[in-house]
Write a protein that binds this ligand. Sequence first.
Ligand code: NI
Length: 175
Amino acid sequence: MAILKIARMGHPVLRRRADEAPDPTAPGVRKLVMDMIETMRDAEGRGLAAPQVHVPLRVAVFIAPEDPGHEGVTAIVNPALELLSEERVEGWEGCLSVPGLQGVVPRSPKVRYTGVTPDGARIDRTVEGFHAVVAQHEFDHLDGILYPQRMTDMTKLIFESEARRLLAAGEGDGA
Ligand code: NI
């Protein structure tokens, strides 16, 4: 396994639509997934999409609490996403490609996603809360979208260090 270099906001690979993986069970996809998981853990992230490691394929890994296998890590290839709520719930997000910042993003509180694992198993999950947010964030990467593009109030794009300062001063909402 290897720790991969993470692309940062501004790199063209983060702006393009990633390609379908022709064979989700190809050895190259499996190796990519293993390296992405190691890279995500090293960077202490909750999710990582292949374009973030300069690979324009529709592959993502993320830590999903409800997932019984893979030590809580979901690896998915060629995912499809369906928003199951008209409602939008705002929450703080960060991204390994936007280091040092966090922002408030409106997301659907409930989604269904499907796809396939590198082992060839079908995934079909209906999830809510944090799991739903992570899926939307990671699958956005596959369409060339970073979370600031989903924000509706840019005054809520702030540095993590300032958020910590607010928290320490007892101000803000704990984010
Ligand atoms: Ni991200």
